[in-house]
Design a protein around this ligand. Structure first.
Ligand code: 5GP
Ligand code: ZN
Length: 160
């Protein structure tokens, strides 16, 4: 049960989170699929997208199953911020230094194909093809940037 003291902590515990045996990303982060993990800690994991939409395309996910953007509350702001920080770290480790030409964001349901929360990290955004520009389009009703999501969550009340 989350308490106010927990809000913003990386250890925030929200009921329903954990391992979903039907979830492909739960299997990946638990090393059941042979997918290389570029980052893995108790809270956050990262791996390459199997169908890259840009020369660099990483997925940053919570290590424990968390549902899509619509299931999030203000209590998840710290988690989303850590996901973004991990995405930036992975880009830098892969010699992508122009973070202003990177895209960080989420598909909104029903446009998510995997229910496990995942941040798309795409770079260089300027080299994305026509279809990727459409899939990961800014200010569309199917894709929201990480900054927009954080702003939206911060505007929500703290859950009881
Ligand atoms: P969504 O469409 O839900 O925003 O993004 C899901 C992403 O997960 C897609 O870009 C898709 O290519 C990627 N994906 C789906 N299954 C796998 C998988 O088994 N391994 C990896 N590495 N990526 C996957
Ligand atoms: Zn999962």
């Amino acid at each position: 049960m989350a308490t106010n003291e927990d809000i913003g902590s990386s250890q925030v515990e929200i009921s329903g989170e954990g391992y979903d045996k039907k979830c492909i990303f739960c299997k990946i982060v638990n090393k059941e699929m042979g997918t290389e993990l570029l980052h893995s800690d108790e809270e956050i994991s990262c791996f390459k997208d199997i169908r890259p939409g840009a020369p660099h395309h990483y997925l940053v996910v919570p290590t424990r199953h968390v549902g899509n953007c619509k299931s999030l509350s203000k209590a998840h702001v710290h988690l989303v911020e850590r996901m973004v920080d991990t995405g930036k770290k992975i880009l830098l480790e892969n010699r992508v230094t122009d973070l202003s030409d990177a895209r960080f964001g989420f598909h909104l349901p029903p446009f998510c194909s995997v229910s496990h929360l995942h941040l798309h990290v795409l770079a260089p955004a300027s080299q994305m093809g026509l279809m990727s520009r459409l899939f990961y389009r800014l200010n569309s009703y199917w894709f929201i940037t990480a900054d927009q999501l954080i702003e939206h969550l911060n505007s929500k009340g703290v859950p009881n």
